[in-house]
Design a protein around this ligand. Structure first.
Ligand SMILES: [Zn+2]
Ligand SMILES: [Zn+2]
Length: 613
C-alpha cells in the first residue's frame, strides 16, 4: 500500500475497510487479500464461498451505512512481527475477531514484510485489518459511497494462486460529488467514441480482413480527417513550414542509427526480409546473402525527416528549416492494449521537425507553443496543462545524453518561454527523454476526461547520430537542434477525443454532414430550387446533401437530426417564392425564415472562420 494518498484516495481506501467490515459481518468466512484505492474508486479482493453478485450490493451497502453512522475512529496500532503473526494465525486480521482458521492472505502478507519494517494495524470498531494506511479520521468522513461491480482476480495477479472476487466501489466526500461522478460516467458512456463512431459512420474496424487496431476511415470520418489536415496545412504554411512526403518503411540501418533498434523493437512490426537480387547473377556473387536486407514499417517519422535534411547541403541561411508531414506510422501494440481509436496499430501523425540553431531555439519553441494555444481556442478546449519534463544532472551519461551545458541552456530557454507566455505548466524533474527535455500537453474535454494530446520535444542528440550539419556564418560545420512537435497528435486519438468532446455534435466546419436541404413536397420547381442552393454551397466546398423525397417533412427533419446534420434548410413553396429558407440547426431547433443569400453567406463565414457554435 502506498503511504501517500490524496484526500480522495484516503476516503476511498477507508471505504474499502468499511466494505470489508460489512462483508465480514454477513459472511464471517471471508478471507481478504488487498484493497487499494484505484482510478475512480477502490476495490477489495476477497475469497468467499458465497459468490457475490450485484444483487448483494444493497445488503452490503446497508451494513456499510451502519458502520459510517457509528462514526468509529480509524485507530492505527503498531505491532511487533510476532503479534501480527499471532493475529493472522488466529484469523483475527481483516475480520471481526478470532475465527479458528488463519487469515491466510494476511498471514502471507505479514510473512513477506521485510525484517525491520514497521507493521501496522488499522481498527474501526471491532474490525481489525493489516494495513500501512493512511486512513481518514473516522468512518463518518466517508461522505457517500456506492458499490459498482464484481470481477475476478488471482491473488497477487498470479494465475497459480487462488482466484478471488474483486469487489469494486467508489466513495466521495459527499452525495453531490458522488452523483456528479455517476452523471459524468453516464455522459461518458453516451459519448464513447466507439459507439458514436459506429452510429455516425465515421470509422470501421475489420479485424478479420484488415487486422486488429487498423481502422478504416469511412467517408464521413474522412471528411473530419481532411478538415483537420486542412487546418494543419494552413496553419503550418502561415508559420513557415514546408511539406514533405516519405515512404512508410525503411531499412534496418535507419532505425539502428536512430536508436529505435534494438530498444524499441518490441513496439515495431517485425521486419520484412528482402533479398534484393535473388536469382540474379549478383546474388550468386554474394553467396553469404549480403544483398538481403531487413525493412521495417516506420514507428516514427523523425528518421525519414532527418534524411530529408541530409539530402541537400544546408547553410545557416536555410535555418530554421521546418519540415511537416501528416505521416503514417505503425506500432505493434499488444492486442490486449488495443482500444477503439485511442490505441491503434496504424496512426497518422500531425508531425513536423524544426531544425534550428541554438540562437533560434527560443523563438521557434515559442511559436510552437502559440500554435498549441491557437488550436485549443479553435476546438474550445479551455482546460489544459503542459508538463515540462527535465533531466536529472546525476543521471547524465546514463538516462540522459551527456551534454550538461546543452541541457541547462535548453531547459532554461523552455522554462523562460513557458513563464513568459503565461502558460499553465508543471515541471517534472527526471522525466525528460534521453535526448532532450520534453513537454506533454494534457487537455480536459468538456466532461472532464483527461487526455494527453501530444508531446513537444527538444532533441540535441539524434541529429548528430545522423550526421546532420549546416554551414555556419563562419564557414564551419555545426549540428542543428531539432524540435519534434505534433500539436494535433494523431488523427486516430485526436478524432476519438473530439467525438467525445463534442458528443458527436461537431461544429459546422468539422461536421461530416454540414448542410441538408429538406423540401416540403417534391414538385419540380421546388426540387430545382433545392438543387440550386445545393450547387451553390457545394461549389464553395460545403458538404451539402438533399432530402427531396415525398416523405413528410417531420420525418425528414427527424432523420437529419438523428444523423447529426449540422444545419438543415427547410424549403416550402412560400420560402421559394420569397427567395428564402427556413433555418434549422442541430440541437438548436428552428431559427426562422431568412433570406437565402444571408444564410449562405453566414454558412460560408462559419466554415471559413471555423466558428465553434
Ligand atoms: Zn487500510
Ligand atoms: Zn519526431
Amino acid at each position: 500500500m502506498t503511504p501517500t494518498m490524496t484526500d480522495l484516495e484516503r476516503i476511498r481506501h477507508s471505504c474499502a475497510h468499511v466494505m470489508a467490515t460489512a462483508i465480514a459481518r454477513i459472511w464471517p468466512d471471508a478471507q481478504f487479500a488487498a484493497g487499494p484505492p484505484v482510478e475512480g474508486g477502490f476495490y477489495y479482493d476477497v475469497e468467499l464461498s458465497h459468490r457475490i453478485t450485484p444483487e448483494d450490493f444493497e445488503r452490503i451497502e446497508a451494513e456499510m451505512k451502519k458502520e459510517t453512522k457509528a462514526n468509529c475512529v480509524f485507530e492505527r496500532v503498531e505491532v511487533s512481527r510476532e503479534a501480527a503473526l499471532a493475529l493472522a494465525h488466529s484469523g483475527a486480521l481483516a475480520s471481526l475477531g478470532e475465527r479458528g482458521v488463519p487469515s491466510k492472505f494476511k498471514l502471507d502478507i505479514v510473512e513477506n514484510i521485510p525484517e525491520g519494517e514497521a507493521i501496522t494495524l488499522y481498527r474501526n470498531g471491532d474490525f481489525t485489518d493489516l494495513c500501512a494506511g493512511p486512513h481518514v479520521m473516522r468512518t463518518s468522513n466517508i461522505g457517500a459511497f456506492k458499490l459498482t461491480h464484481v470481477a475476478s482476480a488471482y491473488y497477487k495477479g498470479d494465475e497459480k494462486n487462488p482466484q478471488l472476487q474483486r469487489i469494486y466501489g467508489t466513495a466521495f466526500k459527499n452525495k453531490t460529488a458522488l452523483d456528479e461522478h455517476f452523471a459524468m460516467l453516464e455522459e461518458a458512456k453516451k459519448r464513447d467514441h466507439r459507439k458514436l463512431g459506429q452510429e455516425m459512420g465515421l470509422f470501421a474496424m475489420d479485424p478479420e480482413y484488415v487486422g486488429p487496431g487498423l481502422p478504416l476511415w469511412l467517408p464521413k470520418g474522412t471528411a473530419i480527417v481532411e478538415e483537420l489536415e486542412r487546418l494543419a496545412k494552413e496553419t503550418e504554411f502561415a508559420a513557415g513550414y514546408q511539406r514533405v512526403r516519405t515512404p512508410h518503411l525503411a531499412r534496418e540501418k535507419m532505425y539502428v542509427t536512430s536508436g529505435h533498434l534494438p530498444y524499441y523493437a518490441e513496439s515495431m512490426f517485425p521486419p520484412m526480409e528482402l533479398s534484393e537480387d535473388a536469382g540474379t547473377a549478383d546474388a550468386e556473387k554474394n553467396p553469404e546473402g549480403s544483398t538481403s536486407d531487413r525493412y521495417y514499417l516506420k514507428a516514427m517519422n523523425c528518421p525519414h525527416h532527418h534524411r530529408i535534411f541530409a539530402a541537400e547541403p544546408h547553410s545557416y541561411r536555410d535555418l530554421p528549416l521546418r519540415l511537416a508531414e501528416y505521416g503514417t506510422c505503425y506500432r505493434y501494440e499488444q492486442s490486449g492494449e488495443l482500444f477503439g481509436l485511442m490505441r491503434v496499430r496504424s496512426l497518422n501523425m500531425n508531425d513536423a521537425h524544426i531544425y534550428c540553431t541554438e540562437e533560434q531555439f527560443a523563438d521557434e519553441f515559442r511559436a510552437v507553443n502559440d500554435m498549441y494555444l491557437k488550436y485549443f481556442g479553435i476546438f474550445g478546449l479551455e482546460k489544459y496543462q503542459m508538463r515540462f519534463s527535465t533531466h536529472d544532472p546525476e543521471k547524465l551519461g546514463q538516462k540522459f545524453v551527456d551534454e550538461p551545458e546543452l541541457w541547462k541552456k535548453t531547459e532554461d530557454m523552455v522554462r523562460r518561454v513557458l513563464v513568459e507566455s503565461g502558460i499553465n505548466f508543471v515541471e517534472v524533474p527526471n522525466e525528460a527523454a534521453f535526448y532532450g527535455p520534453k513537454i506533454d500537453v494534457q487537455v480536459w474535454n468538456v466532461i472532464g476526461r483527461e487526455f494527453t494530446i501530444a508531446t513537444n520535444q527538444v532533441d540535441f542528440a539524434v541529429p548528430a547520430k545522423f550526421g546532420l550539419t549546416y554551414r555556419t556564418r563562419e564557414n564551419s560545420d555545426a549540428t542543428p537542434l531539432c524540435i519534434h512537435r505534433a500539436p494535433l497528435g494523431t488523427h486516430e486519438r485526436f478524432i476519438a477525443f473530439l467525438i467525445e468532446h463534442y458528443a458527436g455534435n461537431f461544429p459546422l466546419w468539422l461536421a461530416p454532414d454540414q448542410v441538408r436541404i429538406l423540401t416540403i413536397g417534391d414538385e419540380d420547381d421546388l426540387v430545382a430550387y433545392a438543387k440550386d442552393i445545393s450547387n451553390e454551397l457545394r461549389g464553395h466546398g460545403v458538404r451539402c446533401s438533399m432530402d427531396i423525397s415525398t416523405d413528410k417533412i417531420n420525418g425528414k427533419v427527424l432523420r437529419a437530426e438523428e444523423a447529426k446534420v449540422h444545419t438543415m434548410l427547410v424549403i416550402g413553396r412560400r420560402d421559394m417564392d420569397a427567395g428564402a429558407v427556413s433555418l434549422r440547426v442541430h440541437g438548436k431547433g428552428n431559427l426562422g425564415v431568412k433570406p437565402r443569400a444571408d444564410v449562405v453567406a453566414d454558412l460560408l463565414e462559419a466554415v471559413r472562420s471555423r466558428r465553434l457554435a
